[in-house]
Design a protein around this ligand. Sequence first.
Ligand code: IDP
Ligand code: MG
Length: 133
Amino acid sequence: MEHTLSIIKPDAVERNLTEEIKSIFTKNGLKIINSKKIHISKEEAAEFYKVHQSKPFYNDLCAYLSSGPIFVMVLEGEDAVAKNRKLMGATNPKDAEPNTIRKLYGISIDKNSVHGSDSVENAKIEIDFFFKN
Ligand code: IDP
Ligand code: MG
């Protein structure tokens, strides 16, 4: 069984979309095996998103992820990484396929409601980041 990390970002937690988004995962064969609601610091967000540190949007991205509570989950299932990415939709909600989470709920390219690991390797790193004590 494969595992991946999903984050419901501040824009979606704030709009009380957590239960709706969780049900999209569970209805599509992804089991939520661990989860927590947390509010991370900008420094923690900077560490989490360090692969993007050279990007022009890095500072805003870190400020945004730490701007309010987030809901982090470990999803388990067959092809969990790819399945989650498909359910999320494209980074920019405008380009996302119909019925994907970002098409349904995303506000803009930065407030796009969810994060999902992009590979099995990064999923391990990201799960450890939030759930290894
Ligand atoms: P992903 O979340 O679909 O994997 P990434 O390219 O890994 O997309 O970017 C991480 C996050 O950075 C995105 O989810 C989005 O919130 C933000 N982001 C990506 N590209 C831009 C941009 O061009 N402007 C502002 N924010 C961006
Ligand atoms: Mg990414």
